[in-house]
Design a protein around this ligand. Structure first.
Ligand code: ACO
Length: 328
């Protein structure tokens, strides 16, 4: 498989520089660091890094294609009121520059967020790279690696949306389920068994919030009839066979879900952090899904190995996207 080209807009951030060195050592992908080369050099000396010289380093104010990217940005955003002057300024913002490199075909994916808030990473991605055909919203999946391997797929469960869309409607919730199935198949290689989560199981309570989950389940099945999906389910009916057999005896999930789709971002974000902290699970992500090219956001508390893992995932997503495109 070809090596993918991943851009790191926070290229002089300390953990990012250390991760970049490990990524190059492991030959995971080609890297472009957007950074002041002098700042990178200081860290290379400080930590005795040996491999990073193989990365391309571009100064955000001095990209060789600055003029081309400025025109590209202006063309994409002028209908939204952006002026050429604003485009000239934004093209020097590393988070905009990274997404412009992708849009222009000069990079295949991006990882950022060690220094910037989620919204600041996502906004240029939404505005410039946009969504895949047929998908209207981007969402964020977390790959949860549990200590207890009796749950999910040998201890692995995918949670979504834990990061992006605050309050999806029923169609958007269905899209999140379908996109998470694609992520699960392409990154983890197992067949998703999707539980659409709620505070009710199969009509045990009535509320418009539950109707949203029931309708989203139907829509997701229409969008991808091959899906093994069920809802609305409470967490115990989704995850524990003995409870599923009494609360939802006809469920195709049978208390053995390996993908949990949450009804909104309050639930999804709280759920993944609770499982991460209380059950000491490893949380990999958010893996952003539904974007026309893979762009992934780190937590600002990330470690060097979190960055390496997310770059590897981004590179896999980029390769998967290219191979799907070549089959169309
Ligand atoms: N998918 C695709 N496009 C989107 C999405 C989405 N989910 N949300 C917004 N957009 C697009 C809009 O259509 C718009 O496009 P346009 O300008 O071309 O018309 C553009 O993005 C900007 O839209 P706004 O509504 O102005 O979006 P805003 O910038 O206000 O917010 C954002 C978008 C930043 C993603 C917001 O929804 C957000 O902050 N979400 C929560 C992120 C967060 O804090 N997560 C929790 C922490 S993550 C963690 O714990 C690891």
């Amino acid at each position: 498989m070809d090596c993918q080209r991943i851009v790191l807009p926070e290229g002089d951030e300390e953990r990012t520089v250390m991760a970049a060195d490990a990524i190059i050592r492991e030959k995971l992908c080609y890297l472009t660091l957007i950074a002041d080369p002098d700042e990178v050099e200081k860290k290379v000396h400080q930590y005795g890094l040996k491999n990073i010289e193989k990365a391309t380093i571009v100064h955000p104010k001095d990209h060789p294609k600055k003029q081309e990217y400025t025109e590209l940005l202006y063309e994409i955003r002028k209908s939204k009121g952006m002026t050429l002057e604003e485009a000239k300024k934004l093209v020097e913002d590393p988070l905009y520059l990274g997404t412009l490199m992708i849009k222009a075909g000069d990079a295949d994916g991006e990882v950022a967020g060690a220094r910037n808030a989620t919204g600041d990473v996502l906004r240029p991605a939404f505005q410039i790279v946009k969504t895949l055909p047929g998908i209207t919203i981007v969402s964020g999946a977390f790959i949860m690696i549990l200590q207890d391997q009796s749950f999910g797929e040998d201890g692995v469960i995918v949670f979504a949306d834990g990061a992006v869309h605050p309050d999806p409607d029923e169609k958007q919730l269905a899209e999140i389920a379908v996109a998470t199935a694609v992520t699960t198949r392409s990154i983890l290689g197992f067949e998703p068994r999707i539980a659409m989560m709620s505070f009710s199981t199969k009509g045990s309570a009535q509320h418009p919030m539950i109707d949203k989950v029931v309708n989203a389940t139907k829509l997701a099945k229409e969008m991808d009839p091959s899906l093994i999906i069920d809802g609305e389910l409470q967490a115990d009916a989704a995850l524990i066979e003995s409870i599923a057999s009494s609360k939802a005896p006809d469920s195709p999930i049978q208390g053995n879900a390996n993908v949990l789709i949450f009804p909104d971002l309050n639930v999804g974000n709280v759920a993944y952090k609770l499982v991460q902290r209380l059950a000491k699970a490893e949380a990999i992500g958010p893996v952003l899904q539904g974007m026309a090219a893979p762009i992934n956001d780190l937590s600002r508390g990330c470690s060097v190995s979190d960055i390496v893992n997310l770059v590897a995932i981004t590179s896999n997503q980029a390769a998967g996207l290219k191979s799907r495109k070549s089959k169309v």
